[in-house]
Write a protein that binds this ligand. Structure first.
Ligand code: ARG
Length: 461
């Protein structure tokens, strides 16, 4: 059939440039959205008198058939198809003939592609969030199981404070909940409809843009036609939201990689989630978590790449904008393959609570000692200083703090009495109560409740 714009040119486009120019190899993903947008556009054309009602019926039905071919996989891409928009129009023309030639009246691929892409973003980010909420649910379940498990909370990767393992897992759940909301907000922030913006100056037929926006589920028409076809802020914001989520997944993965190492031994990976080595017969590797950590790099790369592409573009549509799609598709598809993997991984981890208890370093008792002394009325700094001396003494003598004799304690401060020995011998436990949002059973329970209620509320959206 040749290119629609061929008549303006003396000869055909160099094949090598055609190959470079064409985006159908990746923008075929927009096919179903392109059909939907085109059907709405056809209705708008009929409403303003460009199409007769018979033409509209033919167009809508023809587009429906194209849509079916696209979703069923029988759609044949032709060598001359430049992008999905031209391919849909070409196929429609083959199927219904003349009325198809009126479809592009008043619109441009510039407003079309921006609209298609916004629909794609809306649907696919909702799918990401659906998967993400299941991951959050798995974390909450794991946290609930371990709300009473004392765990060495680290700062600087040094044991810092005994906390509830459930509390630590919930920290990750809260971050992911933040990412869920962030992604949803990022989509909501760009809820205006580019369709009707034409090439840049507004559609050349008097379509009702408010009606168009409503039909496609947008809050309203984009307020400025140039901005509507030029801006890819909505893609940038989504790429950032996915990168932020990726960074959190990477951090979570790093915890499990460390915990499943021989050095930590805190976590055992079920055989269904671990992978072997081609050489070392004993190996059991946490590949799933390493991929979660590793793929964060490409998410950040996609965001950075598009930022650099956009920087310095003159106003109006430029073909550089075609470069928005591959990073977007890649980030979405990376995420939709990562999240089910993580879900499976979380279902296949078990915490070795015995090992965790053994690894709690006696120096963590410093918190109890300082509290003991401040309860006796010593100012915090003095108590802290005495405790520091005790820790140093234990280190110098090679004894754990629990083995220091009462005489040693009393040499450090006359405030120590016999009960300090019992205090230090008590096993670790998660306190029943404490500050809101802290590592105590009441606060952890409250978090589990709040997150569970939230998960229920988003499941019903
Ligand atoms: N494939 C193009 C893209 O993704 C569609 C828009 C083309 N517009 C144009 N004026 N050549 O950006």
């Amino acid at each position: 059939m040749g290119k629609v714009w061929q008549q303006r040119f003396a000869g055909p486009l160099d094949e090598r440039i055609h190959e470079l120019n064409r985006s159908i190899g990746f923008d075929y993903r927009l096919g179903p959205d392109d059909v939907r947008v085109s059907q709405v556009w056809a209705r708008a054309l009929e409403r303003c008198g460009v199409l007769s009602s018979d033409e509209l019926t033919a167009l809508v039905a023809g587009l429906e058939s194209v849509g079916t071919e696209l979703t069923e996989g029988s759609f044949q891409v032709q060598p001359d198809d430049e992008d999905i928009h031209m391919a849909v129009e070409r196929r429609l023309t083959e199927l219904i003939g003349d009325p198809a030639r009126k479809l592009h009246h008043g619109r441009s691929r510039n407003d079309l592609v921006a609209t298609d892409l916004k629909l794609y973003v809306r649907e696919n980010t909702a799918a990401v969030n659906g998967q993400l909420s299941q991951v959050i649910q798995s974390l909450v379940t794991l946290a609930e199981q371990h709300q009473d498990t004392p765990f060495p909370g680290h700062t600087h990767l040094q044991q810092a404070q005994v906390i509830s393992l459930g509390h630590l897992l919930l920290a990750r759940a809260w971050s992911l909940r933040g990412d869920y909301l962030h992604l949803r907000e990022a989509v909501g922030r760009h809820n205006s409809c580019p369709l009707g913006s034409g090439a840049l100056g507004g559609a050349t037929v008097p379509v009702d843009r408010a009606w168009l926006a409503k039909q496609l589920g947008f809050a309203g028409p984009a307020p400025n036609s140039v901005e509507a076809v030029t801006s890819r802020d909505f893609v940038l914001d989504i790429l950032y939201a996915l990168t932020r989520l990726g960074a959190h997944l990477s951090q979570l993965a790093e915890d499990f990689i460390l915990w499943s190492s021989q050095e930590f031994g805190f976590v055992t990976l079920d055989d269904t989630i671990a992978t072997g080595s081609s050489l070392l017969a004993h190996k059991k590797n946490p590949d799933v978590f390493e991929l979660l950590r590793g793929k964060c790099g490409r998410l950040a790369g996609n965001l950075t790449g598009l930022l650099v592409t956009l920087k310095g573009l003159p106003g109006g549509y430029n073909k550089d904008l075609q470069e928005d799609k591959e990073p977007l598709f890649d980030s979405i598809e990376t995420m939709t393959s990562l999240l089910p993997g993580l879900q499976a991984a979380l279902e296949g981890v078990s915490f070795n609570t015995g090992v965790i208890a053994e690894k709690l370093h006696p120096a963590l008792l410093s918190e109890r000692i300082v509290a003991y002394l401040t309860d006796k009325g010593l100012p915090f700094r003095e108590a802290y200083g005495i405790c520091g001396q005790a820790v140093k003494l234990a280190e110098d003598t090679g004894l754990p703090l629990t083995n220091l004799s009462l005489t040693r304690w009393q040499e450090l401060s006359s405030a120590f009495e016999e009960d300090v020995i019992d205090l230090l011998a008590q096993p670790w436990s998660v306190p029943a109560s404490g500050v809101a949002g802290g590592s105590n059973r009441a606060a952890v329970k409250a978090q589990v409740k709040e997150l569970s209620e939230w998960l229920e509320s988003v499941a019903t959206v």
